[in-house]
Design a protein around this ligand. Structure first.
Ligand code: ADE
Length: 244
């Protein structure tokens, strides 16, 4: 998987590329991240990347030619690729989008700035517009990093444990169960005894029930889409009765 990030602030990305899971994946060659500086392809002697909007109005718009030339400079990887524009107008990013993006061979992330990018870039070259949430940031750089991180960690072999990425929150629309580690007693608060029982089936059932309980308490909206067994449903009913 190769990520190409188009930005006028390439200096923002070493933090993403050099640390943590993404850093390790880059180091081991499982993913490649290339940051292309749109300013290198700017217009005129001052390498301009933005200009005033036609029709007037506040702010600046990113010019189409520098973005086009940066896109053209990016080598094509064999396989499926998508050009994604980060914008608050896009489709909302979530775990299931991360899952479908992780099947691609190349993801090109265009980071907009200012009042946006010239509409002709969006209409001619962008396959998908993505937003990370209903709030306005000053640019697409942080959203691009979030997407690279969420997608990279799904690529097989990047996470440590074999099952750790399929058991996580949101994969089946349930939140994760509570986790404990040593010490057994922290400030008088003991670890639930079942976790020390060594009975793996009991532990699995307890964790499932805890996931359902947490989801009901914190994100009941997720339960409508959750994949629940008959047993899960009866746990949920019981929890709902207790609540009222
Ligand atoms: N650019 C500015 N705000 C954004 C958001 N919420 N998501 C994606 N790109 C953005």
């Amino acid at each position: 998987m190769r990520f190409d990030i188009l930005s006028i602030f390439p200096e923002m990305f070493p933090f993403l590329i050099d640390y943590g899971i993404v850093g390790r994946a880059v180091e081991s060659g499982k993913i490649q991240i290339n940051v292309a500086n749109i300013r290198d392809f700017g217009e005129g002697p001052h390498l301009m990347t933005d200009d005033r909007p036609f029709g007037g109005g506040d702010g600046m718009v990113m010019k189409p030619e520098p973005i086009f030339r940066t896109l053209e400079s990016i080598p094509r990887v064999e396989g499926e690729r998508k050009v994604i524009l980060l914008t608050p107008q896009g489709q909302r990013f979530n775990q299931s989008m991360a899952r479908s993006l992780c099947k691609l061979q190349q993801i090109i992330l265009v980071c907009g700035r200012y009042e946006g990018v010239d509409e002709r870039i969006r209409s001619r070259y962008v396959d998908m517009e993505v937003s990370i949430g209903d709030y306005i940031l000053t640019g697409g750089e942080l959203p691009a990093m979030i997407i690279v991180e969420a997608v990279s960690r799904l690529i097989s072999g990047i996470l440590g444990g074999a099952t750790s990425n399929c058991e996580e929150s949101f994969e089946d629309c349930l939140l994760e169960y509570p986790q404990y580690t040593r010490p057994r007693v922290f400030q008088g608060d003991d670890v639930p005894p079942i976790l020390l029982s060594g009975d793996h089936e009991k532990i699995r059932l307890w964790r499932r029930a805890q996931s359902i309980k947490r989801t009901l308490e914190k994100r009941p909206d997720l339960l409508e889409r959750a994949n629940l067994s008959e047993r899960d449903k009866s746990i949920l009913e019981e929890l709902k009765q207790k609540k009222v």
